[in-house]
Write a protein that binds this ligand. Structure first.
Ligand code: FAD
Length: 389
């Protein structure tokens, strides 16, 4: 019996490692991406708009806060969350970013550090997509050093007065709820600031070359008054925001695999169809070596994320392990996208092909949630015990 051909996008049969339920989640998100995301995404990318019309669809499949138990959330496992990110980012990194921020950066801190009243107030409506969230950590003077934040909150009676600014905030201008991190006399604390609170504004950053189908904003806090009831009671210190980033980075490590798969998939078809020098492009050794490199990078990224997911499920995942996967997989995906763009020749700069859109998006993804260098320094610290930041 000849061995069946391997799936070019899953050479090590990672799918065969999944439970029936995980496969079902992957298939339903894949269908959503094929039917609802791919037909519209290039148009939104060109117009620099976020496809808000997708929010009910994402909510309908339980993709918002998918790992949270209760509060109207789906309570799926970590592998399922990873697969959701992977399939969504096969569509576009902007859609995955929306879900990452809503789920890991806004719902997660409310769920983990919030009061019961805060959970009841926000989580069910966020799961339904009725409320959109954002996460304000990065500041204009340097996102890599969040401990040095300038935004501050001062107690005034039973209220807090917040002043400062944030930059590069995903979903900011469309968010109803902002989890804002600010320095207080007691250290870093998290606050829920609602849209419309006097002194709070979130103007969109226009004219990005990357993540054009995602809203990115500045946040301004000008004597913004919030009651003590809006402080996340269980968040203390930098550990609060960093733990949210660990959740989101985990999802990113899976997500970028989808972007790379989309590029490889299109490139395989293209290189078989295109005839140069009397034979298909795909029959050149130099092209096959480059395709093989892509297959290798995607396979290693898949195995890293799968094992990371298993560690997460077992409660043994560490931030350094997440750094390694975020760094490796973003690097792999951007290299695949750039090389795919090149192998498409002139067509590679056309909107008719996906690699250039993924390539441009991945410039953001490799930068946000910790730049590549920051993750390398994290691994360096793990290896040496020396903090070189
Ligand atoms: C599209 C987009 C969406 C984003 N969404 C969000 C969001 O929702 N919420 C949020 O809070 N933030 C968000 N960010 C911000 C993002 O996390 C930051 O851009 C990122 O952390 C880097 O910070 P920075 O841009 O200030 O660069 P900097 O910190 O100024 O870094 C500049 C360069 O210096 C390097 N560097 C820094 N420190 C060192 C060092 N010690 N040694 C060597 N090199 C170093 C970095 O690697 C980088 O190459 C988003 C960013 C983008 C682009």
């Amino acid at each position: 019996m000849p061995m069946p051909a391997l799936d070019p996008l899953d050479l090590y049969d990672v799918r065969g490692q999944l439970s029936d339920e995980e496969r079902m989640v992957q298939d339903s998100v894949a269908r959503l991406v094929d039917e609802k995301v791919l037909p519209i995404i290039q148009g939104h990318f060109e117009k620099h708009t976020f496809p808000r019309e997708l929010i009910p669809e994402l909510a309908g499949l339980g993709l918002l806060g998918s790992s949270i138990e209760g509060y109207g959330c789906a309570g799926m496992n970590s592998i399922a969350y990873g697969l959701i990110c992977q399939e969504l980012e096969r569509g576009d990194s902007g859609i995955r970013s929306f879900v990452s921020v809503q789920s890991s950066l806004c719902m997660y801190p409310i769920y983990t550090y919030g009061s019961e009243a805060q959970k009841q107030q926000y989580l069910p409506r966020m799961a339904k997509g009725e409320l959109i969230g954002c996460f304000g950590l990065t500041e204009p003077h340097g996102g890599s050093d969040p401990a040095n934040m300038k935004t501050h909150a001062k107690r005034r009676g039973s209220d807090w007065v917040i002043n400062g600014s944030k930059i590069w905030i995903t979903n900011g201008a469309i968010a109803d709820v902002c989890v804002c991190w600010a320095m207080t006399d007691e250290g870093i604390r998290g606050f829920v600031v609602e849209k419309g609170t006097p002194g709070f504004s979130a103007p969109e950053i226009e004219n990005k070359f990357s993540l054009r189908a995602s809203v990115t904003s500045a946040l301004y806090f000008d004597n913004v008054v919030v009651p003590e009831a809006n402080r996340l009671p269980d968040a203390a210190g930098l550990k609060g925001p960093l733990s949210c980033l660990t959740q989101a980075r985990y999802g990113i490590s899976w997500g970028v695999i989808g972007a790379a798969q989309a590029c490889l998939h299109q490139l395989i078809e293209y290189s078989k169809d295109r005839t140069l020098f009397g034979r298909s492009l795909a029959s050149n050794q130099a092209i096959q070596v480059r395709l093989a490199e892509m297959g290798r990078k995607i396979t290693l990224a898949q195995l890293l994320s799968l094992q990371l997911g298993r560690l997460k499920e077992a409660g043994r995942m560490t931030p350094s392990q997440v750094s390694l996967a975020k760094w490796n997989n973003c690097r792999a995906a951007i290299e695949v996208a750039r090389d795919a763009r090149d192998m498409l020749g002139g067509s590679g700069i056309s909107a008719a092909y996906v690699p250039i859109r993924h390539m441009l998006n991945l410039e953001s993804v490799i930068t946000y949630e910790g730049t590549e260098t920051i993750h390398q320094l994290t691994i360096g610290r793990e290896l040496t015990g020396i903090n070189a930041f």
